[in-house]
Design a protein around this ligand. Structure first.
Ligand code: FAD
Length: 467
């Protein structure tokens, strides 16, 4: 045909979904082309998401811990922060990973084409890149074009003092007064970073809780801690106007707990992400896109067009990297003729705040709403020797078990390292473990991991009196 290049498998987008799918398809013997508009591959997660945020959050954790040591008889001087050096260290972490990915693509003979891709037919994609325009034909396609920051049109988004998560990760300066709009995972993670660097933080959230979606009991300890640290947290509050002034941004709030107006030096808008479904000319391929920009798939990640698949943020919630990678594997395997299917029992979520908040499966409100008869175990970390030895006692490990079968149906953990600890609960749920299985599993002492065992024992009734 007229194509400049042909792919057995064309992958659109090089984020965690895209590169995982591309690598898996190549490993299964397919000839793969991956299209990415940016010079650097790795998508949002690697370049402006998971990885740079975790690099900065590690820095924040060290700063916070050093400060806390002053209550344990060890005093450090106030940290001297060289924002340029910190920024360049963070970039070096990102560069190392995206460079590594490029090398992995090369060993697998995955061809990377740089440029903006849009469909021109059910079997061709046009790519406009730095070296002009190319048409790539394909047998199968995997759409992994991800999502972008959601903007609120009435805000003065062009003002340089307005930031989205990408801007906030590019450390420029440390604003004295920072407003974070959105009390979800991304907003709170960036608040954690800027608080540690020295900003005075205000968080405003439309709903009645931070991290709506997580179990209320595990959000409470985080709320308590940030309430002490931050200037203000306004729940049930809307930002109705932002007016740029010479000496700051004048914000108008609507909500009974917030003042009517306050000035801030900078504002981070973290109100969610929008899928890129409407930006790839999917109609030309006959692929259906919802009003919100999502692409629907079946359990094998197939769109309504049988040889075109979609994965990652563009197919729906939760918009998380580990969901994208697992979906990517399934799509590649199905294309290679394997009988794979994406049907996880649960997908864990983690807020890498201080303390971390992690959860999976059902939370207690959901169990109640669905009329499920459950028993719960909630183990306070104040009774964990390991937690106390860290100088922290606010953590909680909570687990829900179905009464009839005893099986684990949900768990939530708050405290340092909760994100690492939740993985055991995910495995337990996937394996159909019950409270006795978890309780009888010998966890090393003294560790934070014991708390899941104790929560299970509490649910079983084999330990009741804690303190
Ligand atoms: P993306 O990573 O969005 O990649 C899509 C790629 O496609 C991009 O590189 C884009 O440039 C490219 N693309 C799009 N359209 C075109 C086109 N037309 N032509 C060519 N290329 C195109 N998730 C976690 O699991 N853990 C975390 O800790 C975490 N932290 C985050 C922190 C922040 C600040 C943000 C913003 C997100 C975070 N996420 C985290 C979410 C995570 O980044 C996403 O879920 C993940 O990147 C989705 O992967 P994806 O492959 O679907 O798409």
């Amino acid at each position: 045909g007229d194509a400049d290049l042909h792919a057995e498998v064309l992958v659109l987008g090089s984020g965690p979904g895209g590169y995982t799918a591309a690598f898996r398809a190549a490993d299964l013997g397919k000839q793969v082309v991956m299209v990415e508009r940016h010079e650097r591959i790795g998508g949002v997660c690697l370049n402006v998401g998971c990885i740079p945020s975790k690099a900065l959050l590690h820095t924040a954790q060290i700063i916070n811990e050093a400060e806390e040591m002053s209550h344990h008889g060890v005093k450090f001087n106030k940290p001297q922060i060289d924002i340029r050096e910190l920024e360049s260290w963070k970039s070096s972490v990102v560069n190392q990973l995206t460079g590594g990915l490029k090398a992995l693509a090369k060993t697998r003979k995955v061809t990377i084409v740089q440029g903006e891709g849009s469909f021109t037919s059910p079997n061709t994609l046009k790519v406009e890149g730095p070296d002009g325009e190319k048409t790539i034909s394909f047998d199968n396609c995997i759409i992994a074009a991800g999502s972008r920051v959601t903007k609120i049109p009435v805000f003065p988004n062009d003002d340089p003092r307005m930031m989205d998560s990408t801007d906030a990760l590019e450390l420029e300066d440390v604003p004295e007064k920072l407003l974070v709009i959105g009390g979800g995972i991304i907003g709170l993670e960036m608040a954690t970073v800027y608080d540690a660097l020295g900003s005075k933080i205000t968080v405003v959230e439309l709903q009645d809780s931070l991290i709506p979606g997580a179990d209320k009991d595990i959000v409470k300890p985080l709320f308590k801690r940030v309430q002490e640290k931050y200037d203000n947290i306004y729940l049930n509050t809307k930002v109705s106007n932002i007016e740029p002034k010479d000496d700051g941004l004048l914000v108008t709030f609507e909500g009974k707990d917030a003042p009517e107006q306050t000035m801030f030096d900078k504002i981070l808008v973290a109100v969610g992400r929008s899928p890129n479904g409407k930006l790839i000319n999917a109609e030309a391929a006959g692929v259906m896109v919802t009003d919100h920009g999502f692409i629907e798939t079946d359990g094998q990640m197939r769109t309504n067009v049988p040889h075109i698949f979609a994965i990652g943020d563009i197919v729906g919630q939760p918009m998380l990297a580990h969901k994208a990678t697992h979906e990517g594997k399934v799509a590649a395997e199905v294309i290679a003729g394997q009988k794979s299917v994406f049907e996880p029992m649960t997908i864990p979520s983690v807020a890498y705040t201080d303390p971390e908040v992690a959860w999976m499966g059902m939370n207690e409100d959901e169990a109640k709403k669905q009329g499920i008869d459950y028993v719960k175990g909630a183990f306070p970390w104040a009774a964990s020797g390991r937690s106390l030895s860290l100088g922290r006692d606010e953590g909680l490990t909570k687990a829900l078990f179905e009464k009839e079968t005893g099986r684990l149906i949900g768990a939530g953990i708050v405290g340092p390292n909760a994100g690492e600890l939740i993985a055991e609960a995910v495995l337990a749920l996937e394996m159909g473990a019950d409270a006795e299985d978890i309780g009888l599993t010998i966890h090393p002492h003294p560790t934070l991991s014991e708390t899941l065992g104790f929560a299970a024992e509490m649910a079983e009734g084999s330990i009741t009196d804690l303190m």
